[in-house]
Design a protein around this ligand. Structure first.
Ligand SMILES: [Zn+2]
Ligand SMILES: [Zn+2]
Length: 136
C-alpha cells in the first residue's frame, strides 16, 4: 500500500513580499505568492525592495502608458525576472478584483454580487425600482 503523502504547503498561499534572495533563487516559474488575479489566475508578486514611493512612481508611468519604462525600472529595483516584471506592470501591482461589487445604494455596505438587487444588511429590495421594498 503506497503511503499517500499530503503535500500541502501552507506557506505558498501567503501574500508575503519576495525578498531579493528569493527572487535571485527562482527559476522559470511564475510567482507563487501574492494576491491572485481572478482574470488570469496568476499571483501578482510583491517585492520587499519596492518601496511605496517607487510603487507610486511605477504606477504613474503605467498610467502614462510607459509600460516598457516601468518594466525596466521595476527590474532595476527588484532584480526580478522579466516575466515577473511584465506580470506586475500588466496589473499595475494590483490584481483584478474577483467581481467588482458596488456597495448598497441605500446603506453603503457591500452587496453579495454585482447583480444583487437586494441588501442583506439594510434589507432593502430594489428589483423593481419603482416599488422599493423592505424585506423581513
Ligand atoms: Zn490578471
Ligand atoms: Zn443596504
Amino acid at each position: 500500500m503506497p503511503n499517500e503523502a499530503d503535500t500541502k504547503d501552507g506557506a505558498e498561499n501567503s501574500d508575503e513580499p519576495y525578498s531579493r534572495d528569493e527572487i535571485e533563487g527562482v527559476g522559470d516559474e511564475l510567482p507563487k505568492r501574492g494576491p491572485i488575479c481572478w482574470k488570469c489566475k496568476n499571483h501578482i508578486p510583491r517585492f520587499r525592495d519596492l518601496s511605496s514611493d517607487d510603487e507610486e512612481r511605477l504606477r504613474k508611468l503605467i498610467d502614462e502608458g510607459q509600460r516598457v519604462v516601468a518594466t525596466k525600472e521595476l527590474r532595476l529595483i527588484t532584480k526580478c525576472k522579466i516575466s515577473w516584471a511584465k506580470l506586475w506592470v500588466l496589473h499595475a501591482g494590483r490584481p483584478h478584483p474577483a467581481d467588482p461589487v458596488a456597495p448598497c445604494p441605500y446603506c453603503g455596505k457591500p452587496l453579495v454580487t454585482a447583480k444583487a438587487r437586494q441588501c442583506r444588511y439594510c434589507l432593502m429590495d430594489w428589483h423593481d425600482p419603482n416599488n422599493l421594498k423592505k424585506l423581513g
